[in-house]
Design a binder for this molecule. Structure first.
Ligand code: S3P
Length: 428
């Protein structure tokens, strides 16, 4: 589907409740599925990715009821999972693929995992290698790097893993395998990635130790079903934070957005760029802290985005690049080679699609340089099936002189099913 969007006829004003956090929603179902007893979830994200997680665990014999953002999972423990009669299809979801492999490392049966054409290009050795070294039998194209993958789990042994990348998916997969492994399992990262797994495992009654860049746990622990309240996704809020900052005269209030410090890099960057951001109804005591965020338009200036900030905003780089097009001066994004292995190669897709809209932007080996300030033209662009590229281009249309035609615009449903309705509701 091609989505045709025109320049905003006014400033953007209003209140938005962004859908539930994708990372936390996935984990609520996965951990609920391997816990003993019922888990209830509110604020769940009913986007395609999280629905893929539900579908996979149903294939593995778990009873899950989902109604909009309410979910109930009837957990029977890890040994309650059953060999699936069909392949497990993760769709577009890298999180589902990598975390489920960690869980299946201890199930004494065979599973086959597939996904869409984007998943088929994403590297899986980053989890299959450490899981193999724990004792799981895994195979797949190019020595277990690409789908289709097959796994036969069994009794694993704990490892101390020094991860070459700051990746919550890698860390979580290994820790999930470690839950049933013999002895201690620990993961050390080069920079800290999002810590939703560590926080949520504790809510399920698991003892997890966190010491700087290392997270560890002892094997043989049992998860107990619980209640999980999922806050709004800051990665979804990011599109409206930038829209509010760059469309002149705008004021947008975003309700109950997750404020986990491993995810708030976008706030730091926008503030460095001179954005006007205030907070209300702050709750720092919840397992996952949250707050309302209010953004008002202001003139931004260029900045540098690099180092240990990168894992704290890795998914927000496409929309940060758009913000940079409206800033005075250059913005340099570096240390972000991980962008190449996301839903698309996001260095290429951001640079190519923004170039098509008249932006002066250059790709580098590990990021990009955006020359501000640009006038955005209209044009024909594509999401390339990447939800975050689609949403970034939709926000760009609010400022573009001509119409922006987004090929494959429906990709946004991966993380934000009602994104276009929310964007339209801000225009009066
Ligand atoms: C995620 C971790 C990040 C992020 C992805 C979701 C997660 O990936 O980009 O959208 O839920 O653990 P990496 O951990 O591979 O960086």
């Amino acid at each position: 589907m091609t989505k045709v969007l025109s320049k905003a006829t006014s400033s953007l004003n209003g209140v938005i409740q962004v859908p539930g956090d994708k990372s936390i929603s996935h984990r609520s179902v996965m951990f609920g599925a391997i816990a003993r007893g019922k888990t209830t979830v509110t604020g769940f994200l009913p986007g395609d990715d999280c629905l893929s997680t539900i579908a996979c665990f149903r294939e593995l014999g778990v009873t899950i009821t989902q109604n909009g953002d309410q979910v109930e999972v009837e957990g029977k423990g890890l040994d309650g999972l059953k060999e699936a009669r069909n392949v497990l299809d993760v769709g577009n979801s890298g999180t589902t693929m990598r975390l489920i492999l960690g869980i299946l490392a201890n199930t004494p049966f065979h599973s086959t995992l597939i996904g869409d054409s984007s998943i088929a290009k994403r590297p899986m050795q980053r989890v299959t290698k450490p899981l193999q070294s724990m004792g799981a039998k895994i195979d797949g194209r190019e020595e277990g790097n690409f789908t289709p993958l097959s796994i036969r789990g069994g009794q694993t042994k704990g490892i101390h893993y020094q991860s070459p990348v700051a990746s919550a998916q890698v860390k979580s997969s290994i820790l999930l395998a470690g839950l049933q492994a013999e002895g201690t399992t620990s993961v050390t990262e080069p920079e800290k990635s999002r810590d939703h797994t560590e926080r949520m495992l504790q809510a399920f009654g698991i003892e997890v130790k966190v010491d700087g860049l290392t997270a560890s746990l002892e094997g043989g622990q049992t998860l107990k079903g619980t209640h999980i309240e999922v806050p709004g996704d800051i990665s979804s809020a990011a599109f409206f934070l930038v829209a509010g900052a760059i469309v002149p005269g705008s004021r947008i209030e975003l309700k109950k957005v997750g404020m986990n410090p491993t995810r708030t890099g976008i706030i730091d960057v926008l503030q460095n760029m001179g954005a006007s951001i205030t907070f209300a109804n702050v709750n720092e005591d919840a397992v996952e802290p949250y707050a309302d965020i209010i953004i008002e338009a202001s003139q931004l200036k260029g900045t540098e985005v690099s180092g240990d900030l990168i894992p704290r905003l890795i998914d927000e780089i496409p929309i940060i690049a758009l913000a940079a097009t409206q800033a005075e001066g250059d913005t340099v994004i570096k240390d972000a080679a991980e962008l190449k292995v996301k839903e698309t190669n996001r260095i290429d897709t951001v640079v190519n699609e923004l170039t098509a809209l008249g932006v002066k932007i250059e790709a580098t080996e590990d990021g990009m340089i955006i020359r501000g300030k640009s006038t955005l033209t209209g044009g024909k662009v594509s999401s390339h099936g990447d939800h975050r590229i689609g949403m970034m281009l939709a926000v760009a249309s609010c400022l573009a002189e001509g119409d922006v035609e987004i090929e494959n615009g429906e990709a946004v449903t991966v993380s934000y099913p009602n994104f276009y309705e929310h964007l339209a509701s801000l225009q009066r």
